[in-house]
Design a protein around this ligand. Structure first.
Ligand SMILES: [Zn+2]
Length: 183
């Protein structure tokens, strides 16, 4: 009698362990394969319009002293440089692109691509703190304007005809950027 009880106990224990093992295998196979998803890229947040939204703030007179005329025209007057006339559209060096007004990290050469437009083009910003997006309805067009997330300066526009993996084309004015070559 005592032996049969012991046998029953062992049977129940081994059954339990077999079940839990089987369960683990099933759970593991349901999980996606490790490394299947590629790198994720930051998506720009929308401009809120709050007065203290941008950390770097100056009066127009101060900006005029701080920036070159080309930089002021783009960053503070929402100007657009003529294609193939600005900086960096033909720059293929490895490095980092910063805002010309405040040195905020904007883009890296890893996401730069040849768009053929005559403006430096990227498929993603460098960080979540790099740029913000705003609606631009000037010149009878509905476009998404890209501004520096630190100073609110105009940098260019973003379009949905970019290459994978994001499908976005950040079309930037080179004169609003400062490039630093990778050391
Ligand atoms: Zn900036």
């Amino acid at each position: 009698m005592r032996f049969s009880l012991l046998f029953l106990l062992i049977s129940v224990l081994s059954l339990n362990s077999a079940c839990s093992q089987k369960h683990d295998v099933a759970a593991a196979s349901a999980r996606p394969a490790r490394g299947a998803a590629g790198p994720t890229y930051p998506k720009p947040q929308p401009v809120t319009g709050k007065p203290d939204e941008f950390a770097v703030r100056h009066t127009d007179a101060e900006w005029k002293k701080l920036l070159t005329p080309d930089q002021y025209y783009i960053l503070r007057e929402q100007g657009t440089e003529r294609p193939f006339t600005g900086k960096y559209h033909d720059n293929h060096a490895a490095g980092t692109y910063y805002c010309a007004a405040d040195h905020n990290l904007l883009f890296t050469s890893d996401t730069k691509f040849e768009s053929g437009t005559g403006w430096p083009s990227f498929f993603a910003p460098a960080a979540a703190t790099s740029v913000k997006v705003a609606s631009d309805n000037s010149f009878g067009m509905s476009r998404d304007e890209i501004v520096c997330a630190k100073c609110g300066g105009h940098l260019g526009h973003v379009f949905d005809d970019g290459p994978q993996p994001t499908g976005q084309r950040f079309c930037m004015d080179g004169n609003a950027l400062v490039f630093e070559k990778k050391k």
